[in-house]
Design a binder for this molecule. Structure first.
Ligand code: CP
Length: 319
């Protein structure tokens, strides 16, 4: 596995291998006394972000540096992209400076896959349009596995703007591969056309979805993508699909609450629900645990991709 561009088609054995290794990295990361093995010493990793990010960019940077790599931050708005340079030319020019990997975020769906076809360096998809965000899903799955042990038959609802969500797609692929049941809950206008092929239950009532689920992954309402008459109003969305204490208390449901961030407080989730980490209550938010887990999961992904190249190189030298 040279690249990670999505979780579609990735087998359970591979996902579990990454998650198991992430447990090792989390323990080291949280223990200030432990030295992390510098598996990527001297490697140059370009963080090529053509779209804004806080969690993904910083966690890749911390993970890569902890492993001994040098990180190079590419910011589209201060690059020659503003003069019309294409993404392919940009990547080719960075490649000519002998970098070893690209972590790519881009607003176009399929861009990470496209880059992986034109470079012999490693490519990791850090979110491409509405297509996939595989490391976000891996850290969500890591967090869920930490709580439930096994994900076999765990009931996970994904709530919100499914149509525009790369996080939803990657989670559906990864979680179903591990045996979880997925329920998606969304206004009909924000459901994807390929719902039937995704192997998920569809809820249009949030109360029904909450009754059914063990955990909720609440999605950000993508305000930058939802113009065009998808919703009557934000107030209407919040009233009918916002995860609030009132709703959880009505159903008396204790559930685990995840959110990939950034959060639109009081739109898709109330602050009470987003911030509650202690029982008693009817929910527990693990949103900041997700962020910590992101560093460990991304370290495991980078290490795995580079390890496989080293293994392949050794094999070809020994021939
Ligand atoms: N979850 C996520 O992708 O957050 P950022 O956009 O801050 O990276």
């Amino acid at each position: 596995m040279k690249h990670l561009t999505g979780l579609s088609g990735i087998p359970a054995s591979r996902i579990n291998e990454i998650l198991d290794r992430a447990v090792f990295h989390k323990d080291l990361f949280l223990d200030a006394e432990s030295a992390i093995p510098p598996a990527l010493q001297g490697k140059r990793i370009v963080l090529a972000f053509f779209e804004n990010s806080t969690r993904t960019r910083f966690s890749f940077e911390i993970a890569a540096r902890n492993l001994g790599a040098v990180t190079l931050n590419f910011n589209a708005s201060s690059s020659s992209v503003t003069k019309g340079e294409s993404i392919v030319d940009t990547i080719k020019n960075l490649e000519a400076m002998q970098v070893d990997a690209f972590v790519i975020r881009h607003p176009s769906s399929g861009s990470a896959e496209q880059i992986s076809r034109i470079t012999d360096k490693h490519v990791v998809n850090a979110g491409d349009g509405t297509h996939e965000h595989p490391t976000q899903a891996l850290l969500d799955i890591f967090t869920l596995r930490d709580y439930f042990g096994s994900l076999q038959d765990a009931k996970i609802m994904i709530l919100g703007d499914i149509l525009h969500s790369r996080v939803a797609r990657s989670n559906i692929f990864g979680l179903t591969t591990l045996g979880a049941q997925i329920g998606i809950c969304s206004p009909v206008s924000l459901l994807p056309a390929d719902t039937d092929s995704l192997g998920v239950r569809v809820f249009t009532s949030i109360d029904d979805a909450i009754r059914w689920a063990d955990a909720a992954i609440v999605l950000r309402l993508q305000l930058e993508r939802t113009t065009g008459g998808y919703l009557p109003s934000l107030e209407d969305y919040s009233l009918n699909f916002g995860l609030t204490d009132e709703r959880l208390e009505k159903i008396r449901k204790h559930m685990l609450v995840l959110h990939p961030g950034p959060v639109n407080r009081e739109i898709e989730i109330s602050s009470n629900v987003a911030d509650r980490i202690q029982p008693p209550g009817y929910s527990k938010s693990v949103m900041l645990e997700q962020v910590t887990n992101g560093v460990a999961v991304r370290a495991a992904v980078l290490e795995m991709l580079f390890a496989e190249t080293t293994k392949a190189a050794k094999l070809s030298t020994n021939k």
